[in-house]
Ligand binder design. Structure first.
Ligand code: MSP
Length: 509
């Protein structure tokens, strides 16, 4: 059986989850659901990144301890993920004892292998990024991501010999052209490595909110350095429940484009330094933009977009869980930026969901009642819809397999479109009850059965509801995907239900 281990970045708990985080998590969730659907043994990890200056500052501002602040905010992420039907198998918090244990084991391995040394560092620092910038990389002394002034910092720190991995990384990229996708982002990481790597400072004495350095108790690890290791903590690195050998060769990190350097340069080098293979794949996604700007907590605090108005829970209450999931998966190509707007959600909802999918299901259920006594007539093996269905299954599967949710949904929606056109052409509602109407409806029901299986990674609740209305037992995710998506399985004589509209139209304002 194939295995699939997918992770999201762990989210900073300096403030509440927003729709940019939801974008990443929903995409990872759909990928996990896809792999479960095709029978892969799957593990889906998400969680919260709770150390570092930024979190300590947020806690202080709110007059509570960093741990208390992290507890409250981490719970809000979980609530948001529950609202979005996120099916994570594990939720990691970097303040958990299991994480401390794995981090200390991992970093001690790097230390023992001779890749960590002590030195003094001075440079420009952005607290929002929790990252140093060189003069050239800064935007006239300001952070290029947050547009805030950088702070001059000087510290005696422990350093990781990143420079020792320049050639090894270049070689790794050359041998593993699919390590980072899309290719444009791989090129970006490659160019960064090619430009020369400097050693990085990996501990702090200026704060105490972090994982203690086992060989020097005055220091805590720099937040990024502990955070990356979460992907190994969750599979038991260095502990009794070690499952690294099982999951690591099938590991996929989904990350936003601003954290490429950490995941595609530092992280593979850290793994190499600890004597471990790098993760098998990093898939980069772009940003959701509002008015051309990246949504972020930090910017909202400065009077930008009101993130609370578009919080994940607000959106799911307003539009429903599956429609928001659909929108986040369908609107932008994974890897590119996409514009976020309420108008676009409404447009997608009314067009793709209400007009195309919702209408198809409603109209077929209605005509099966009126022309077939509510019973499924079974599909014809030579139906004109058969090749559309087979193509949709192949193309949808290929797209999910290459981390392309948008293309997967497009392929599924082509079958929805073809089925609607087939009904328009045949107009069964104008036919007398009898074999001709039954033939048309049998084919349409079979197409919908296959469609409901194909939409499960994106819209699990809607898929199960359609399945139920079709009179089918169990869930569309049950059994073997390849068998279940074959044309012609819809039995004769199954009672089909009519129901309320799946997607009542939204009036545009
Ligand atoms: N804590 C680090 C990640 C450590 S992983 C070992 C971090 N956290 S974050 O909360 O700032 O961001 C987490 C993820 O959310 C990133 O992948 C980022 O790209 C994503 N998003 C934050 N805002 C976003 C948008 N507006 N659009 C899409 N994704 C964005 O970085």
């Amino acid at each position: 059986m194939a295995r699939f281990y997918i992770t999201t970045p762990i989210y900073y708990v300096n403030d509440a989850p927003h729709v940019g985080h939801a974008y990443c998590t929903v995409n990872a969730d759909a990928m996990a659901r896809w792999h479960r659907l095709i029978g892969d043994e799957t593990k889906f990890l998400t969680g919260t990144d709770e150390h570092g200056q930024k979190v300590a500052d947020a806690a202080e501002k709110n007059g509570v301890s960093p741990q208390a602040w992290a507890d409250t905010t981490s719970a809000r992420f979980r609530e948001a993920w529950d609202a979005l039907a996120i099916s994570y198998d594990d939720f990691i918090r970097t303040t958990e004892p299991r994480h401390y244990e794995s981090v200390q084991k991992f970093l001690t391995a790097i230390y023992d292998n001779g890749f960590i040394y002590k030195d003094t560092y001075s440079g420009l620092y952005c607290v929002s990024c929790e990252d140093y910038f060189t003069d050239e990389a800064s935007d006239n002394g300001k952070c290029p991501v947050h547009a805030k002034p950088l702070t001059q910092m000087e510290e005696e720190n422990w350093f990781f010999k990143l420079s020792a991995f320049e050639d090894k990384l270049l070689e790794y990229y050359a041998k593993n052209p699919e390590f980072v996708t899309p290719g444009t982002k791989s090129n970006e990481a490659y160019a960064f490595i090619k430009g020369g790597l400097r050693d990085i400072s990996i501990t702090r004495t200026s704060i105490s909110w972090g994982v203690p350095v086992p060989w020097d108790e005055k220091h805590v690890f720099y937040v990024w350095y502990d955070a990356l290791i979460n992907y190994l903590t969750a599979i038991g690195y260095g502990r009794e429940d070690d499952e690294v050998a099982k999951w690591w060769p099938n590991s996929h990190h989904l990350i936003g484009k601003e954290i490429i350097r950490f995941h595609c340069v530092w992280w593979p080098a850290m793994c190499m330094a600890a004597g471990l293979e790098p993760p098998s794949h990093v898939q980069v996604h772009g940003w959701l933009l509002v008015g051309g700007q990246k949504l972020s907590k930090t910017m909202a605090q400065e009077g930008g977009v009101k993130l609370t108005d578009i919080a994940p829970v607000v959106l799911t209450n307003e539009y429903g869980v599956d429609p928001i999931r659909y929108y986040l998966l369908r609107e932008a190509v994974l890897g590119n930026d996409g514009d976020f707007s309420l108008e676009a959600i409404t447009a997608r909802y009314n067009t793709d969901l209400a007009n195309n999918l919702g209408n198809l299901v409603a109209r077929v259920a209605t005509v099966v009642q009126s022309k077939c006594d509510g019973l499924s007539p079974g599909a014809r093996s030579d139906s004109v819809l058969r090749s559309d269905a087979e193509t949709a299954v192949t193309e949808t599967a290929a797209a999910w397999n290459r981390f392309a949710p948008q293309a997967a949904l497009e392929a599924t929606w082509r079958l929805i479109g073809a089925t609607n056109s087939f009904l328009e052409q045949n107009a069964p509602w104008k036919m007398e009850s009898g074999p001709e109407a039954e033939a048309v409806m049998g084919d349409a029901l079979e197409a919908i059965r296959i469609i409901s299986i194909l939409v499960t990674p994106a819209m699990p609740t809607v898929a199960a509801e359609i399945w139920k209305r079709l009179g089918l037992s169990g869930l569309p995710t049950d059994g073997d995907f390849n068998e279940n998506t074959k044309w012609g399985l819809f039995a004769k004589g199954v009672q089909v239900e009519k129901g309320d509209p799946l997607f009542p139209r939204i009036k545009s304002e």
